[in-house]
Design a protein around this ligand. Structure first.
Ligand code: WQD
Length: 336
C-alpha cells in the first residue's frame, strides 16, 4: 500500500517513513528540502533496507504537484508534515508562513480531492491550546487565539480538514504534538539543525559539544516548582509510531468521526532544569548554562492528557526523557 509522506526528509517525517516501511508500507516522499537534505532518503534506506521513492517537489508549485499526482495514481493516504515550524521566524515573516503552510496545504488537499485520495494524517501542534486553563490538556480543551502566525497556520489546517470532511467523503486524523525530542537509535536520522536552534534539546546538545558557548534558560521565575517552564517532551520514534496507529485506524474505517483529533504526548511534564539535569545524568556531560530573562510568547506549563490516544489509538509513548537525551546526544555526535 502506497503512502505519500510530505516533508518526509524532515525530522518527524523521516522517522515516520522508517516506521511505515518497517510495517510493510511503500513510502513515497515529497519534500522541497527547505529544511532537510536529499540524503535523508538514503539514510532511511540504510535503516529499513529499502530507499523510499523521493522527489523534490514544493507543495506551493501547483503545476509540479499536479504532475506528481498524475504520475502516482495509486496513493492510498497522505501523511502531511511539510511546513515551516519556527515560531519566532513566523512572527518576523508572517506572509512566508501563510504562503508556505496554508497555500501548500490547499494545493495538496485540492490534488487529493481531484484524485479521490480520501485519507490524511495531519501534523498539528499543542500550540493550538495556548496557555491552557487546566492541566493536563485534553482534546476537548479550548483552542485559544493563536499567539503566532505559525500557530495560526496549524489552526487553519485543522479547520480546513474538518470543513472538507463535512461535505466530502474525506477522512482525516489531526495529531497535536507536544515537544518532540530524541533521534533514531541508529543515529542515521534526527533533527537537522539550521542555524541557531530555537528549541531546547538541540541547544543543549550543541552547547555540550562546544558549538554554542552557553545555553540560556529562558526565565526561572515562573510559577512552577523550580521556576522554569514545563513541557511534555516526547521521543520522535514514539511520535512516529503514533502516525501508523492513526493511519491504520482511519484506513480500517474504525474512525468514529470523519475528522478525529489526538494529542500526542507522554502525559508527563518536565521543567527546563529537569531536562538539563536529565541530559547531564544520561551523558555524564555538564551543560554550561545561565539563567536569562523570560522568552516572550512562552506558556508557563503544558502537558498532555494521553487517555484518548492511549485508549482509541491503542498507542502509548514508551521512551523516557533519558532515552531522548541519549539518542539526541548520539545524533549530535554523529553529525558533528
Ligand atoms: C521549550 C522550553 C523555552 C531554548 C515549540 C513550539 C511548539 C512545538 C514545539 C511545533 C521553553 C526553553 C528553549 C533555549 C530555553 N513545535 N528554552 N532555552 O516553545 O515549548 O514549543 O516547539 O509545533 O509549537 O512553540 O519548545 O524547545 O523552544 O522550548 O530555556 O535555548 O525550553 O523557553 O520553556 P516550545 P522549545
Amino acid at each position: 500500500m502506497k503512502i505519500l509522506v510530505t516533508g518526509g526528509t524532515g525530522y518527524i517525517g523521516s522517522h515516520t517513513a522508517v516506521e511505515l516501511q518497517n510495517k510493510g508500507y511503500e513510502v513515497l516522499i515529497l519534500d522541497n528540502l527547505s529544511n532537510s537534505t536529499a540524503d535523508v532518503a538514503d539514510k532511511i534506506g540504510l535503516i529499513t533496507g529499502k530507499k523510499p521513492d523521493f522527489e523534490n517537489v514544493d507543495l506551493c508549485d501547483k503545476a509540479s504537484l499536479h504532475g506528481y499526482f498524475r504520475k502516482n495514481k495509486d496513493i492510498e493516504a497522505v501523511i502531511h508534515f511539510a511546513a515551516f515550524k519556527a515560531v519566532g521566524e513566523s512572527v518576523e515573516k508572517p506572509l512566508m508562513y501563510y504562503m508556505n503552510n496554508v497555500t501548500g496545504m490547499i494545493n495538496l488537499l485540492d490534488e487529493m480531492l481531484k484524485n479521490n485520495i480520501a485519507n490524511i494524517v495531519y501534523s498539528s501542534s499543542c500550540t493550538v491550546y495556548g496557555e491552557a486553563d487546566k492541566l493536563p490538556v485534553s482534546e476537548e480543551s479550548p483552542v485559544k487565539k493563536a499567539e503566532s502566525p505559525y500557530g495560526f497556520t496549524k489552526q487553519i489546517g485543522e479547520q480546513m480538514l474538518t470543513d472538507i470532511s463535512k461535505v466530502n467523503d474525506f477522512h482525516s486524523v489531526i495529531l497535536r504534538y507536544f515537544n518532540p525530542a530524541g533521534a533514531h537509535d541508529s543515529s542515521l536520522i534526527g533533527e537537522l539543525p539550521s542555524g541557531i536552534p530555537n528549541n531546547l534539546v538541540p541547544y543543549i546538545t550543541q552547547t555540550a559539544i562546544g558549538k554554542r558557548e552557553v545555553l540560556t534558560v529562558n526565565g526561572n521565575d515562573y510559577d512552577t516548582p523550580d521556576g522554569t517552564n514545563i513541557r511534555d517532551y516526547i521521543h520522535v520514534v514514539d511520535l512516529a509510531k503514533a502516525h501508523i496507529s492513526a493511519l491504520e485506524r482511519m484506513l480500517s474505517k474504525k474512525s468514529e468521526e470523519k475528522s478525529e483529533i489526538f494529542n500526542l504526548g507522554t502525559g508527563r511534564g518536565n521543567s527546563v532544569m529537569e531536562v538539563i539535569n536529565a541530559f547531564e545524568e544520561a551523558t555524564g556531560i555538564k551543560v554550561n548554562y545561565r539563567i536569562g530573562p523570560r522568552r516572550s510568547g512562552d506558556v508557563v506549563s503544558i502537558y498532555s492528557d494521553t487517555e484518548r490516544a492511549n485508549k482509541i489509538l491503542g498507542w502509548k509513548a514508551e521512551r523516557d526523557l533519558k532515552n531522548m537525551m541519549l539518542t539526541s546526544w548520539n545524533w549530535q555526535k554523529a553529525i558533528n
